[in-house]
Design a protein. Sequence first.
Lengths: 377, 305
Amino acid sequence: MAPSTEIQIIAVLISTACALPGAFLVLRRMSMMSDAITHTILLGIVLAFFVTGDLSSPLLIAGAAVIGVLTVWLTELLRRSRLVAEDAAIGTVFPLLFSIAIILISRYAGSAHLDTDSVLLGELAFAPFHRLTVFGVDIGARGIYVGAALLLLNVVVIVLFFKEFKVSTFDPVLAAILGISPTIVYYGLMTLVSVTAVGAFESVGSVLVVAFMIAPPATAYLLTDDLKKLLWISAGIGAATGLVGYRLASLWDVSIAGMMALTAGVIFFLAFALAPHRGLISGSLMRRRRRRDFAAYTLILHLYTHGDGTFSEAELAEQLRWTPSQIDRVCHSLIKAGSLTTLDGRYVLTDAGALRCNELTKTLFTPAAPTESPSHG
Amino acid sequence: MLNTLLTDYTFQTVALGAALLGLVSGVLGSFAVLRRQSLLGDGVSHAALPGVVAAFLMTGSKNTETLLAGALATGLLGTLLITAITRRSRVKFDSALAIVMSVFFGGGLVLLTLSQRIPNANQAGLNRFIYGQASALLQRDVVLMVLCGVVLLSVILLFWKEFKLLCFDPQYATTLGRSTGFWSLLLSFLTVLAIIIGLQTVGVVLMSAMLITPAVAARLWCRQLWSMVTLSAVFGAVSGVIGTAASSLISQLPTGPTIVICVSAIALVSLFIAPGRGILARALNRSRGRARLVMERRGGHGPID
């Protein structure tokens, strides 16, 4: 397999695998826990390295996962004491563990090929150099197998425990009543996040794992209300991030992981601006429409309820405290809608307009309770 | 040994810088912790990386002032984006923060690979912003820190009442006709400035600890804002000096992480021994209450069972 194909496969596998557990972090409002875990796994790797003395030992992954869960546990402990708020608890625990890791590295692991650079930043371009050999036969880049294993693990766990994850995410109390321990699900999810982070940091670096875990699910969160759809969209965006990021990086010859994170960010901001119903543009359009409707209602109801129903522009400006241009604009749209006409330079309601006001007063000012809610006698 | 250290010029510079950093971040951190925005510091310090590299790419200089101006620009941009995302969409603060910091950091890495292609431009000077390199602090860096620190602290003192109100009762502030949006943004900007001047001393990752941990420790001892801010500043400054001293006395002990360990130790000790709210005080209180209950049951009503 060509190295570029291998890199693309790894990129897609890793970013898809990260997006799945990330969806639950986003829904539980715990996105920053991924940041904490991705930093502290460095300590786990260092400690496991001191035990085994081998950088490719699987024990490193186990050590890192244990420290990841320990981070979560310590944060919980601090928060449970009610002396520290949750965000401050996260921000107190992870820098401490990370500092210990850096000190250990600079004091005792200076000669080993264990540097903070490769952990924090990662380099996907070197991934094809790490080969996996079975009985002396080269069966492909190690990263492909790591990525595939991570994706498989995440898919299997989420499919098997979908109900548990769903209930305990949205309604922990109901979960407890149903006999699902929210604590077990919580730590299960955090273990999944830790293992995924450990597997991924080798290729993309720990800081950028956060981008792949959080950006795709947050994008999907802007597009759907359904958990299953959210997971599918997250995975799809994750895969697209890997592919597009790689292409752009090789086009401009820059850091692959960095470009992937940037792509994930661009996709998020596109959704943020353009998403139907929840995007920036549709939101501001809706607000504008509501503002316009409100102005139109105010004006025709004013005509309908006050005086003889004819007003000059100056009178309206004084009574409603609007600027003349505002009144012009609202009246113009009302005339186009057939609710208003002008007579001798004064504004008059048409019959259609009066009818509309009549309906409006009914819908706006009649208490809706008896008709809308079913009565129970 | 300590004597020679105290008269050492480099040590004096670095220790002064670290103490200043601890002081300023202790003050600003108190407000961040009280407003439940502790992790904003983490986000902003990561978001500063592309600014540092972009400033270098555009000007070609490695002047601290130039690079920090770039960091300030993208740090502020990141803060504004986080605010815009949380205000204008259903995405929550934590996700917005995580996205902005990691995407900006990714952008920074992309720019770093671009800068490597410029001939004669090694990135040694840029890397110190990721990990921090306190020992590389120069006298002019410290002068810059003093200037920024004085500006920051005087703005805080000037608008003390507004910031206090913002921390404890933003709704009341709104009813008084104060624009909470403006004060909140101003406070965030001040925090960004404090983070930026700390970057080259402790680096991107550990800067958040300098903001949060002294404030968390001080919160345990105090019930008033001014005493909390003062104590937090003292904790920060003391850790800065102790950390610098420890890392100069012991070989291969990096300054930034040592400072963080110092301040974390202060927080841990406070967690246990703080009067009234600490773990020991609470345990003592509980056992006293239990003893009193037993006494009352025996004395007042006789055995109930």
